[in-house]
Write a protein of this length. Structure first.
Length: 117
């Protein structure tokens, strides 16, 4: 999406965060995370330690993985809630960067953060 914005796109399909959430793919400040992976079985960290959403403040990666692996509908609900929050926060930051004339710096930092993890 960042590349689309850099090229002038200002409208995106709304299904991406929800579809990914239902399939166990979650977006974090460090990049995509597949909650299906066994390495999260005992991981008591929040999904994204930098996120202030309800899900990250109240549930561990291990619990989110358990819900997903068990086929619980709550997994889709919580994963979707987090992904929507993530994208709403991200787009708010993008809008602020554009308004302040620092989008190029924002874009560079966005990719640098993901490469570091």
């Amino acid at each position: 999406m960042i590349e689309g914005i850099a090229r002038g796109c200002d409208m995106f399909d709304c299904v991406m965060p929800t579809r990914n959430a239902r399939n166990g793919v979650l977006f974090t400040r460090q990049g995509k995370l597949s909650i299906k992976q066994a390495r999260y079985r005992s991981d008591e960290q929040p999904l994204d330690p930098q996120c202030d959403c309800y899900v990250c403040q109240n549930y561990s990666r291990a619990y989110l993985r358990h819900l997903f692996q068990s086929g619980e509908i709550l997994a889709s609900v919580l994963n979707t809630q987090h992904n929507l929050h993530y994208y709403q926060q991200l787009m708010g930051e993008v809008r602020a960067a554009i308004t302040q004339g620092r989008f190029d710096d924002f874009r560079r930092d966005f990719y640098r953060l993901r490469q570091a993890s």
